[in-house]
Design a protein. Structure first.
Lengths: 437, 397
């Protein structure tokens, strides 16, 4: 009865009970949806996490052969799967896979050859979907649900598997392609990097061996030429004193330089044999040339040679080792100076080439016919020039990926042309600070 | 002195070597070890015995491990505690045959303990949680503990413990009995009377329904709630079907809670014993709980796992544990953590184990593992708990 207090109370109680259960049910669903959303978000972060941890793994000193295990450990930890394996197709394209690394598999499975006819680049199995040809993979992993990725180019494959589709796992789906292919791709990247590192180490070792051999040979050669060189040097001294010949003076000067090089080769053959490493940075090219001009100015003045320099209107920067490049330009100017009698002129011209590269052109202009005892030319470089300095300049330019051309115009004029490739050259943005020189 | 070491590696030999390298004792008196289920148990045990040839190794599989140096549940973790001091080293008692009856095996183990322990002794109970691998059939902790209590024949002990799992999917479990790997086995680590334990239970469920009466139940299988099929009631609350269409898969979406004490007292997490719903049977309209210890006529509520409550419970519980720690006498923290509380399962935005690791007093070593069920003192006696973290601190008396 509506008026009965007990009945009314019972009705009220039932109302609150319904409301309580309804609110509770909503709370329960909200909690579960929130949990579900977080679990999905966690899965979506898996690849990023894997990427970060895998490349960190690549930074430590693991070899290419040993990187698979730790990498698989990361996959298992992030994907929360029951089993995982890296496989390698042997030979590539055969469809016959060897298990190279595995987690969660019995030892007996590791020796199995998994035959997958026409292996697809991606497949998965779930309670709803079966993949033709997946059976050998399922058999080896001994689980019903697998996710597979295969890289045809390298023959590597990654497979992960679960015993169930519930609890912490959910059914594999098309959306998991990104995860499994991403994981395989990261593994291959790390593997390639490890291979490249190994090759670099091997190349370095070979280079060191070659340098050692070269140093030994240089040392022996230097010792062998030391004595005859001393004889030539003393002969040149005597000739210079007796005949006051410019040629004899030149021979004497160069003999002294070669003696210094030979002495260094005898004392420290390793240093002479090993190329000095470059320290590359973006430099204002005109600053480098001007610095070299300053260091040669006194010599030019003393020799009575005028220097004209022309720089580009739009400043350019070059990627170069400052010291090496300045020394190379310095040597080139002095080399041309050596070929220029008093009263002559040296022209230094820096310009941007049509292909985007840079050209430094250095040439001389003679005041008249060359003096009769002025050295002749041989193979583009006059013997009167400082040969070792020019050799240094050529090596320096070569090391920068450039080209150095010595040209003999045939009428007593000397010119050197340094070309640097476009990759090493760029415009200087005048609104910003100039590159440091 | 007790030393703890944690490591994770995909090779059994390496993970043991990494742990052994952290233990500064050539021959501990006992090693307690919890190992991720992806490792081959025989191989891990062989490596542990190789590292410490004359030392018994007790412990077993764990869904994951928790230590100050790391935690995780990839299945590749290993955590070990080495006991070096005879005055605090527990005696390991082993009982097999859980597959022939959980209660009976528990009772036999209880009798062994009764013969070896003094009144009030602290006992760590570890057992293989999985009766049939891959079938979600468990060795029930409540039956084991009931048998254990019966076997004690009135001897009071402080019992804590956990069920051993290989992973969060309850795929399998195994136990190290000192020298061998055992299936269907339980171990009781009986500490000398010089060692006592204080325990904090960390919860994470809140009631979301009115009280309902269990009107039909058989063991762990609940058929009716308030005379309605239990599955219908639960699914109506959840607004979804349990365990997929067939209802045979692991559910773990909700729990049933039994409130102890005054049923109408304000909510207090410590008043509840919760039971996770393991599976459902659509044909029978029933749900199966983790444990068979609810009885017909019991008033229960549907409990929601609440992640923010869980994290707050961890913060509060760890603070309580720290307040009770006297660094002069504290020996070891043991954290037995329900695997379902891990972020990958619960969806919590923080790992609650991380909160434990970060906030616990680090002057006391910590060994923790992800378990299937936790056992802790409750209202004067010990009983199994679900969806909890049991944080026990051993101290010298």
């Amino acid at each position: 009865m509506a008026g009965d207090p007990a009945s009314s109370l019972e009705r009220e109680l039932n109302y609150y009970r319904r409301e309580c259960n309804d609110l509770g049910a909503r709370l329960l669903r909200l909690q579960e949806e929130q949990s579900q959303a977080f679990r999905e978000a966690r899965r979506s972060r898996t690849l990023v996490k894997l990427l970060r941890e895998a490349y960190r793994l690549g930074d430590v000193g693991t070899s290419a052969r040993d990187v698979g295990g730790p990498m698989l450990e990361l996959v298992v930890d992030n994907a929360l799967c029951d089993r995982a394996a890296f496989l390698r197709e042997e030979p590539c394209g055969s469809g016959q896979f060897l298990i190279v690394h595995a987690i969660g598999l019995p030892a007996s499975a590791l020796t199995a050859v998994v035959a997958v006819a026409s292996p697809p680049s991606f497949f998965y199995t779930s309670s709803r979907e079966r993949e033709e040809g997946a059976h050998p993979v399922l058999a080896v992993l001994d689980v019903p649900f697998v996710l597979w990725a295969y890289d045809r180019a390298t023959g590597h494959a990654l497979v992960i598997g679960n015993r169930s589709e519930g609890n912490v796992n959910r059914p594999f789906e098309v959306g998991d392609q990104e995860l499994i292919e991403g994981a395989l791709s990261i593994y291959l990247d790390v593997l390639n990097r490890k291979h490249a590192e190994a090759q670099l180490r091997q190349a370095k070792q070979m280079a060191e061996t070659a340098i050692a051999a070269k140093a030994a040979s240089l040392h022996a050669l230097a010792e062998a030429v030391q004595r005859p060189l001393e004889a030539i040097a003393s002969l040149a001294v005597r000739l210079a004193e007796k005949h006051q010949s410019a040629c004899a003076v030149e021979v004497q000067r160069h003999a002294a330089e070669i003696q210094a090089i030979v002495a260094r080769a005898v004392e420290a053959p390793d240093e002479v044999a090993a190329p000095a490493p470059l320290s590359l940075e973006w430099l204002a090219a005109d600053d480098v040339v001007r610095a070299a001009l300053r260091t040669t100015y006194a010599d030019c003045l003393r020799r009575g040679v005028e220097v004209n320099a022309r720089m580009p209107r739009r400043p350019i920067a070059m990627l170069a080792d400052q010291q090496h490049m300045r020394d190379a330009v310095h040597n080139l100017i002095l080399g041309v100076l050596d070929m220029t009698p008093s009263g002559g002129t040296i022209r230094v011209e820096l310009s941007r080439r049509g292909d985007g590269g840079m050209e430094l052109f250095i040439c001389n202009r003679l005041p008249g016919p060359l003096p009769p005892d002025f050295p002749g030319t041989v193979e583009g470089v006059r013997p009167g020039a400082d040969v070792s300095a020019l050799v240094f300049a050529r090596k320096a330019v070569d090391a920068h990926g450039g080209t150095l051309i010595f040209e003999d115009t045939g009428n007593g004029l000397s010119q050197a042309r340094m070309l640097l490739p476009p990759d090493n050259i760029r415009d200087i943005d005048l609104t910003t600070t100039r590159p440091r020189n | 002195m007790i030393q703890v070491a944690y490591a994770r590696h995909f090779e059994a030999a390496r993970v043991v070597r990494l742990c052994a390298g952290q233990i500064d004792a050539p021959q501990p008196r006992l090693v307690l070890a919890f190992c991720g289920g992806k490792h081959a148990p025989d191989e891990v045990l062989a490596q542990l015995r190789s590292a410490w040839p004359d030392t018994p190794v007790v412990g077993g599989s764990a869904a994951g491990a928790i230590g100050y140096d790391g935690f995780g549940y990839s299945g590749l973790e290993l955590i070990v505690a080495a006991f070096n001091d005879p005055d605090i080293t527990p005696r390991a008692l082993i009982e097999t045959g859980l597959d022939n009856g959980d209660f009976a095996a528990g009772e036999r183990l209880g009798r062994q303990v009764a013969a070896a322990a003094r009144p009030g002794a602290t006992v760590l109970l570890l057992f293989d949680s999985v009766a049939v691998p891959g079938q979600f059939q468990l060795h029930h902790a409540s039956s084991i503990v009931e048998g254990f209590e019966a076997g004690l024949q009135g001897l009071p002990v402080q019992l804590i413990g956990g069920g051993l799992l290989t992973d969060m999917n309850l795929s399998d479990g195994w136990l190290f009995d000192g020298a061998q790997v055992r299936k269907h086995a339980a171990a009781a680590l009986v500490f000398p009377s010089t060692v006592a334990a204080s325990t904090v239970v960390l919860h994470g469920c809140r009631p979301v329904s009115t009280f309902m009466e269990i009107t039909r139940i058989d063991g762990a299988e609940v058929f009716e709630l308030d005379h309605e099929p239990a599955l219908t009631v639960i699914e109506r609350m959840l607004g979804t079907t349990l365990g997929g269409g067939e209802g045979h898969d692991l559910s773990l979406l909700a729990t049933l809670g039994q409130k102890h004490g005054d049923p109408f007292a304000p909510y207090n997490e410590d008043d509840y014993v919760n039971r996770l719903i393991l599976t459902s049977n659509r044909a029978q309209g029933s749900i199966t709980l983790f444990e068979p210890d609810f009885r017909a006529g019991a008033k229960v509520q549907i409990m929601s796992r609440d992640n923010s409550l869980m994290l707050q419970s961890v913060r509060d519980g760890v603070a309580r544990a720290n307040a009770g720690i006297d660094p002069a006498t504290a020996l070891l923290n043991i954290y037995i953590d329900c695997a379902g509380r891990a972020s990958a399962r619960s969806g919590a935005h923080l790992e609650e184990a991380e909160l434990v690791v970060k906030n616990l007093n680090r002057s006391v070593p910590l060994i923790g593992f992800y378990s299937g069920v936790e056992i802790a003192p409750f209202e004067g006696y010990s009983r199994p708990l679900d969806w909890t973290g049991v944080l026990a601190t051993l101290r010298r008396n």
